[in-house]
Design a protein around this ligand. Structure first.
Ligand SMILES: *Cc1c(COP(=O)(O)O)cnc(C)c1O
Length: 402
């Protein structure tokens, strides 16, 4: 019997063949995934490598991206989350129970600390802070479940003593989670960074940064080599209803091809700017792992064998510069825009007052206001010129008139 148009609009009478080869994989959008038959429905299992059962669990588009992220970072399993912070949240909510202790580096990504403090006050998780460049300050007890690592750390960019921190965690059977956003799987391999092939247990990565590279898509990932950990996380991922958009996954997948080239370019540009920053008189301190005077420099050299870095440099202005001077400096920049995040094409700055950001005393950090520069893909000469002209305005302002 001939079907009504209302039905054939949904069940089309003709279907072009769906399979061709293209440079980029096709984009699947799905909440519903149609099972071939009841056999396929009944025999599916949530632990299947590619569990095509519902949109939240994944599609060929999201699994393709997940496989590639695992490959880039040197792991075997990858889960995708809607943002980097949601990947962090998944680790914390999966492994931390009432009374458990978690150790965090003092320079940990700020919202992670905020999330943990929230778990502390609501659920009785105990948060301990260590100094990332001094492994002796990490003192696990039998209650310690998890240590968060970040290399290099947020804003002040100290490279941690990864080798000794991870060694100590392994000895005491503490789970090691590395926020791998800065290294992006390119500056070093978190699953084999040596002193006898050491590895972290799992990484989180804000794909929002380098893998996206566009400053326009939010996503996060969790990578591990350990199937048991992966399945624990996968279970939590499923019951929390975490899902990502196929369109977003395809956008990031498309950017992966150029990721290493972009990383290298920004690393080189940052290195050029670092040398220039060091010669300016306005800064009391320039923070970047490749700088010999920066805390953790030799740990960076040991672990990042190609001496690569994300395109981030922080400077601390001499204390005689007031907040209003630094704000004028930031506002005078033309190419560097004021905004959070990094790893995109456009150079960015962010202003920080360290006074409210650290728990421990740090003798290696000078007093003063901090500006973080995120180096984009512009020509470094133009970026230097931009900063030079903003500094000139600052100099004119602060030279006392006679
Ligand atoms: C940006 C960032 C995150 C969070 O990523 P979002 O996708 O913005 O939530 C986590 N860790 C580090 C180190 C980051 O820079």
């Amino acid at each position: 019997m001939k079907k009504h148009l209302q039905t054939t609009l949904i069940h089309a009478p003709r279907n072009a063949p769906q399979y061709i080869l293209t440079v980029q994989p096709p984009v699947f959008r799905a909440s519903t995934i149609i099972f071939k038959n009841t056999d396929a429905l009944i025999n599916r299992h949530w632990t299947d490598d590619y569990d095509y059962s519902y949109g939240t669990h994944g599609t060929p588009t999201t699994f393709t991206l997940a496989d590639n992220i695992a490959h880039i970072e040197g792991g075997d399993y990858c889960l995708l989350t809607p943002s980097g912070l949601s990947a962090i949240n998944l680790v914390n909510s999966c492994f931390l129970n009432h009374g458990d202790e978690v150790w965090v580096a003092d320079n940990i990504y700020g919202p992670n600390m905020e999330h943990l403090r929230n778990l502390e006050s609501r659920y009785g998780v105990v948060v301990k802070v260590y100094n990332p460049i001094d492994a002796n300050t990490f003192q696990p007890t039998e209650k310690t479940k998890l240590i968060w690592l970040e290399a290099a750390g947020s804003v002040t960019l100290e490279f941690p003593d990864l080798i000794n921190l991870v060694k100590k965690a392994k000895q005491t059977k503490v789970l090691t989670a590395l926020d791998n956003t800065w290294g992006a799987g390119l500056a070093f391999n978190a699953f084999d960074f040596s002193s006898e092939h050491l590895s972290v247990d799992l990484t989180v990565h804000a794909l929002t940064k380098y893998p996206s590279g566009g400053g326009d898509i939010l996503m996060g990932s969790l990578v591990t080599q350990n199937k048991k950990l992966h399945l624990q996380l996968l279970r939590m991922h499923a019951i929390q209803g975490i899902a990502i958009s196929g369109d977003d996954a395809a956008q990031i997948q498309r950017s992966l091809a150029s990721m290493q080239l972009r990383y290298t370019q920004q690393s080189n540009s940052a290195s050029t700017l670092l040398h220039w920053f060091k010669k300016q008189s306005e800064f009391i301190q320039v923070l970047h792992p490749a700088d010999e005077s920066s805390a953790g420099h030799h740990y960076w050299k040991d672990v990042c064998k190609d001496e690569q870095s994300a395109g981030l440099i922080s400077v601390i202005f001499k204390p005689e510069y007031s907040m209003s001077d630094i704000r004028q400096f930031c506002d005078a920049l033309q190419l560097f825009k004021l905004g959070f995040s990094w790893g995109g094409p456009m150079s960015l700055i962010m202003l920080y007052d360290l006074k409210n950001m650290r728990t421990l005393e740090h003798t290696h950090l000078q007093q003063g206001l901090l500006v973080r520069f995120c180096i984009g893909l512009e020509h470094p000469t133009d970026l230097i010129q931009d900063i030079e002209s903003a500094l000139k305005q600052l100099r004119q302002k602060t030279i006392p008139s006679e």
